[in-house]
Design a protein around this ligand. Structure first.
Ligand code: URA
Length: 251
């Protein structure tokens, strides 16, 4: 059970203060009866809540695909710098969304934002083995030995032990990198360790979810039901089969 004002304000269009006023004006019906108080407890999954005769369109969780531009932090708030939440309208910012994993400030591409804590946790835990695919442009020339090093599971000079990862060379200085984990600056650190520093990085996909290329950097859209179901299915499937990749999967 949740407070009525929390449920309605969580939909993003009204603040809690506005809900209080709407209740006083008798404009909110709860199961056909005018709400008596903004603090009354309701079960939003089973209760019909109408505002001026229209359903408030309650959805338990919100899932947003953002094409993260370079120059913003993957954080909920920051006192000095702009964050990915600043790219969303107030209506969405009120929904307590958080980024699922982080991209560096200068990294672009797919960023999922949601208030579904369970799915966030499932996508990020290492044992879910969710593939994250990045497009990387580097200085220097990529070679087969780099693919083999990635596939074998690298241990970096700073002690970072990496799971087997994919490196598909697209051109001498471009590659697709596939990781099943997300340690700090991992793609950059792995490529730097091979003497090929990253000059541009963009995330293309996370599990079955692909960046919608019709979104320009800074644009966003809600996930479709199929996309959300695809992510849920992938997490459960990978867990049940414990699909940790080995070097054979990558080379
Ligand atoms: N690896 C990196 O180095 N940076 C990112 O933003 C994501 C993965």
């Amino acid at each position: 059970m949740e407070r009525l004002d929390k449920v309605i304000s969580g939909m993003g269009k009204k603040s809690r203060r506005e809900v209080k006023l709407l209740v006083r004006q008798g404009r909110i019906l709860v199961d056909g009866v005018p709400a008596l108080s903004a603090e009354m407890k309701v079960d939003p999954d089973t209760t019909e809540i109408l505002l001026d005769g229209e359903s408030i369109g309650y959805e338990k969780f919100t899932y947003i695909m953002l094409h993260k531009p370079a120059g913003v932090l993957s954080a909920v708030e920051d006192r000095r710098q702009s964050t990915v939440l600043d790219l969303l309208p107030q209506e969405l910012r009120r929904r307590e969304l958080s980024p699922v994993g982080r991209l560096d400030k200068d990294t672009e591409g797919l960023l999922l934002l949601t208030n579904d804590g369970t799915l966030t946790h499932q996508l990020l835990r290492p044992r879910s083995h969710v593939d994250k695919v990045y497009y990387a442009r580097v200085e220097g020339e990529l070679e087969t030995a780099d693919c083999e090093a990635f596939a074998g599971g690298m241990t970096l000079g700073d002690g970072l032990v990496c799971m087997p990862a994919g490196l598909e060379i697209l051109s001498p200085n471009e590659a697709l990198v596939t990781l099943q984990e997300g340690k700090f600056h991992q793609v950059k650190r792995m490529l730097a360790a091979r003497g090929k520093p990253v000059v541009y990085l963009k995330r293309l996909s996370m599990g079955s979810l692909r960046l919608d290329e019709s979104l320009a950097p800074g644009e966003y859209r809600p996930l479709t039901e199929g996309e959300v179901n695809g992510l849920r299915a992938a997490v459960n499937e990978n867990i049940s089969t414990e699909r940790q990749k080995s070097s054979k999967d990558f080379c």
